[in-house]
Design a binder for this molecule. Structure first.
Ligand code: PGA
Length: 253
C-alpha cells in the first residue's frame, strides 16, 4: 500500500519564532483531529529545521523535509547546504526540482538528477517535482514535457533507489494562482505518470510509489483531489502557512 502524504512547503515565509509557533499548532491539531493514516511532511526554511526536529519526537506521522539541497557533497560552495547536513538535523525528505527552482534558479533536469542521487546517498527521500507551464499545456506537448522531466532525472536510478522517490505533479499555472487543476486533469496526469513509471520500473514499483498533487490545494478542494485513484496526497504552499487550513487539507483523506 502506498503512503498518503501531505507535505507543506513554506517557501521563503515565516520568521524563526513564527515557524516554531506554526509547527506547535500543526502538532496539536494533528493529534486532536487527524484520524486517517496520513503522513505529514513539514518543509520550512533551512534555519528552522534544527529546532523543529525535537518537537516531532513523539509524532511518528510527521516528518521534516527541506525545500532544496546542494548537488555537491561538501566543500567550498558558499551559501549551499548539503544533504548530509540536512540528514544531521533530522530531515527525512527533500523537495527537489520545484518549479520555482527550475524557473528562478535555472535548475535543469540534469542538475536535478545529481541532487536526487546525493539525497538518496544520504538517505533522504526526494520529493521530485514535475509540471508544465500553461504554454506547454496549450501546445499539446504536455505529456512529452512531463515524461522528459521524469526520465532525465530519475530513469538512471536502480529500482531500490527509485522506490524511495516521491513524485509531485505541480502544474506551474496552478501554483500560487488560486487556479487549481480540475480533479479530472490531475488524475489524468497522475495516471500517466504511474503508467510510464510502470513501463520503466515495473507494475509493482509503480503501484507503491506516492504521487502528490500540488497547485492551489485548499481545504475545499482537497477531498475531491485526494479521492482520485492515482492521487496519493498533496504538496501545499500557501495553505500550509496556517495550521487550520493545513490540517483541514490533511483531513481531506
Ligand atoms: P500553492 O503552492 O499551494 O501555494 O499553489 C504549491 C507549491 O508550490 O508547492
Amino acid at each position: 500500500m502506498r503512503k498518503k502524504i501531505v507535505a507543506g512547503n513554506w517557501k521563503m515565509n515565516k520568521s524563526f519564532d513564527e515557524g516554531i509557533q506554526l509547527v506547535k499548532e500543526i502538532i496539536e491539531l494533528y493529534a486532536q483531529e487527524v484520524k486517517s493514516q496520513t503522513y505529514v511532511v513539514i518543509a520550512p526554511p533551512y534555519i528552522h529545521l534544527h529546532k523543529i526536529q525535537p518537537l516531532l519526537f513523539d509524532m511518528p506521522m510527521i516528518a521534516l523535509g527541506a525545500q532544496n539541497c546542494s548537488e555537491m557533497s561538501s566543500g567550498a560552495y558558499t551559501g549551499e547546504i548539503s544533504t548530509a547536513m540536512l540528514k544531521s538535523v533530522g530531515c527525512d525528505y527533500v523537495i527537489i526540482g520545484h518549479s520555482e527552482r527550475r524557473q528562478y534558479f535555472n535548475e535543469t533536469n540534469d542538475l536535478l538528477a545529481k541532487k536526487i542521487d546525493i539525497a538518496l546517498t544520504n538517505l533522504l527521500q526526494p520529493i521530485y517535482c514535475v509540471g508544465e507551464t500553461l504554454d506547454e499545456r496549450n501546445s499539446g506537448k504536455l505529456f512529452e514535457i512531463i515524461e522528459s522531466q521524469l526520465s532525465e532525472a530519475l530513469y538512471h536510478l536502480p529500482s531500490e533507489n527509485m522506490r524511495q522517490v516521491v513524485v509531485a505533479y505541480e502544474p506551474v499555472w496552478a501554483i500560487g494562482t488560486g487556479q487549481t487543476a480540475s480533479s479530472a486533469q490531475a488524475q489524468e496526469m497522475h495516471g500517466f505518470i504511474r503508467k510510464i513509471i510502470a513501463k520503466k520500473f515495473g507494475d509493482e514499483l509503480a503501484e507503491n510509489i506516492s504521487i502528490l498533487y500540488g497547485g492551489s490545494v485548499k481545504p475545499d478542494n482537497a477531498k475531491e483531489l485526494f479521492s482520485q485513484p492515482d492521487i496519493d496526497g498533496g504538496l501545499i504552499g500557501g495553505a500550509a502557512l496556517q495550521a487550520r487550513s493545513f490540517i483541514d487539507i490533511v483531513k481531506g483523506f
